[in-house]
Design a protein around this ligand. Structure first.
Ligand code: NAD
Length: 259
């Protein structure tokens, strides 16, 4: 109940999906949370549901001056920021040949530049206080390749690398920076046609746990990284992927599914 007692957090992309699951869990564990998203209806509805411990702010993570307003709002509403979850993201499913420059730049702008701005600007306040936890949501696609995900994968590999640099520059100033690498998660992004879980699970037959992940399973990892329980983690990368990144089964070999 109190794993985040008295902590103040910002969750970008917190209006739905795993961001919303993170917001809910953080509030349940005693945090005060600002939900920052471009989805006004979803964000306002979630904040209303959670009561005084959550507020919604319309915020586009690519907007530098918007970050300053978001930080001021959070400071005034709840006080100094202890936790930032850079979770906002977009997916583009196209081959490199089909992707045009503007599309590539949009994905990198939201997924990577947004993460940079948040880390830099919220991180500056954390450094002044000598404490804080920044959680950058990368992806399993920030650790492997996947056809059709050139822009997305590039942005998520970059978030992973950027997180390591931030960990080095911020760690000795008391601010921990870590990355989380979800595999397939049952959200609007991971399951865009809202298919039943049993259907989606079929696509994960060759992942060791053989199922799609639930947003709450990423939220619990974010909770650990946000809390003081992870006080010695800095520059870590945590895969929440049902084992997807562990390896590739040799079909028919001993130990493979169905053998
Ligand atoms: P989602 O689409 O449900 O949520 C993404 C949220 O980001 C939305 O609320 C959206 O409005 C917000 N957002 C998009 N652009 C924004 C912007 N410019 N400014 C502020 N907010 C913006 O998807 P999700 O699955 O919950 O994704 C959350 C994060 O997890 C993303 O970074 C995504 O890349 C990553 N991820 C998802 C999966 C998956 O399978 N679902 C796997 C690996 C990583």
């Amino acid at each position: 109940m109190n794993r985040l007692k008295d902590k103040v957090a910002i969750v970008t992309g917190g209006a739905r999906g795993m961001g919303a699951a993170t917001v809910r869990l953080f509030v349940a564990e005693g945090a005060k949370v600002v939900i920052a998203d471009v989805l006004d209806d979803d964000g306002a509805k979630l904040a209303a549901e959670l009561g005084p411990a959550a507020r919604f702010v319309h915020h586009d993570v690519t907007d530098e001056s918007g970050w300053r307003l978001l930080i001021d709002f959070t400071n005034q509403a709840y006080g100094p920021i202890d936790v930032l979850v850079n979770n906002a993201g977009v997916l583009l499913f196209k081959t490199i040949a089909e992707t045009d420059k503007a599309e590539f730049e949009r994905v990198v702008g939201i997924n990577l530049v947004g993460c940079f701005l948040g880390t830099k600007l919220v991180g500056a306040q954390m450094i002044r206080r000598g404490r804080g936890s920044i959680i950058n949501i990368s992806s399993a696609d920030g650790m492997k390749a996947a056809n059709g995900l050139g822009a997305y994968s590039a942005s998520k590999w970059a978030v992973r690398g950027f997180t390591k640099v931030a960990a080095m520059e911020f760690g000795h100033k008391g601010v921990r920076v870590n990355s989380v690498h979800p595999g397939g998660i049952d959200t609007a992004m991971g399951n865009p046609y809202a298919e039943p879980k049993a259907e989606v699970n079929k696509r994960y037959a060759m992942v060791p746990l053989q199922r799609v992940g639930d947003p709450s399973e990423v939220a619990y990892t974010n909770l650990f990284l946000a809390s003081d329980e992870s006080s010695y983690l800095c520059g870590a990368e945590i895969a929440v992927d049902g084992g997807m990144l562990t390896g590739q089964y040799y079909v028919g070999f001993p130990g493979a599914p169905g053998v």
